[in-house]
Ligand binder design. Structure first.
Ligand code: FES
Length: 79
């Protein structure tokens, strides 16, 4: 199974990205999601868009993103 960080926002918008920061490998699950729906890495503060995986200033490679499917019985992540 891939090491994945999954997130659900206040508006029930979902995202799933790789949990490993592409800058230096920190676990993004230790970070926080900011007002722009970016996961902020706790080690050096790089900010990755949860929909695209792109780092805000393109200082690191994009995170891998995974498709989300919402069904009546749950939310599924395509790994
Ligand atoms: S390890 Fe994530 S920003 Fe450096």
């Amino acid at each position: 199974m891939k090491n994945t960080f999954a997130w659900c926002g206040k508006e029930k918008n979902f995202a799933a990205v790789s949990n490993r920061c592409t800058h230096n490998g920190e676990s993004l699950s230790k970070g926080k999601v900011n007002f722009a729906n970016e996961i902020v890495c706790p080690l050096h503060g790089y900010q990755f868009d949860l929909r695209t995986g792109r780092e805000y200033q393109q200082r690191a490679a994009d995170l891998e993103t995974f498709p989300i499917k919402i069904e009546a019985d749950g939310v599924y992540i395509g790994l």
